[in-house]
Design a protein around this ligand. Sequence first.
Ligand code: GUN
Length: 291
Amino acid sequence: MQIIDGKQIAGEIKLEIANEVKEIIAKGHRAPCLAAILVGNDPASETYVNSKEKDCHEVGFTSKIYRFGEQITENELIEKIREINADDSIDGLIVQLPLPKHISENNVLLTIDYKKDVDGFHPQNVGRMMLGLPTYVSATPDGIVELLARYNIETSGKNCVVIGRSNIVGRPVANLLSQRTAPGDCTVTICHSRTKNLKEICANADIIIAALGVAEFLKADMVKDGAVVIDVGITRIKTESGKYKLVGDVKFDEVAPKCSYITPVPRGVGPMTRISLLKNTLKAAKKEIYQ
Ligand code: GUN
């Protein structure tokens, strides 16, 4: 059994990106620039945005964070996005989610210029991903595919079961792994809360991607020997001793011994999602996808 070390791979990719940024600057161009909009005081969102800013600086990008109070109106927010869309000194823009209830996430995400949509949430980019065209792939699906690639895990012809059908993880990763790509060429099954015989379906899988958001859901009797298990979940639970710990959607201690490869939580998929944002911002700065 081999542990897939997302933290290590993320560190390696950061160095690759930092080297590329140095080359860009040496050629006389400005550093790539990511803008992030944060609305309200949600502590988790605050932490995410701060981490993204730190990542940017570590690879030599510049960043701009626009903070707004909870009371900002949808129109005001949309106006700010339009301003950033038109600002040639900014390559990528993300609006940290969730937004307050009075603001339509859909309206906001549709306002972001798809050429700057480094989260890969705009229908233009989601559509291009579905068609296998160059695009900004969203963070978690991209992180998963990158891990499979970096560990040279064979996916062609494999049975892959994705548990969870969210728009930002389950369905896009299922789509990517079904494409004629490497990693890809999988026979993919998407399972969800209405799936019958989930245990049997999982037990037949060569690759399982657990992305349902239920702590320690995937147990040893749902996994066949030699399977590859990718754990997208992250939940803080209280242990018997009263301390808190982070767990994934996989009951790691009992599943890991059966696997050929498995991602831990933390240090698995999580660090890779932050890398995808950097990759996309670099692509935006280089105008690799759109002119
Ligand atoms: N909130 C949780 N994950 C994400 C993400 O990947 N992007 C944005 N913008 N907000 C999030």
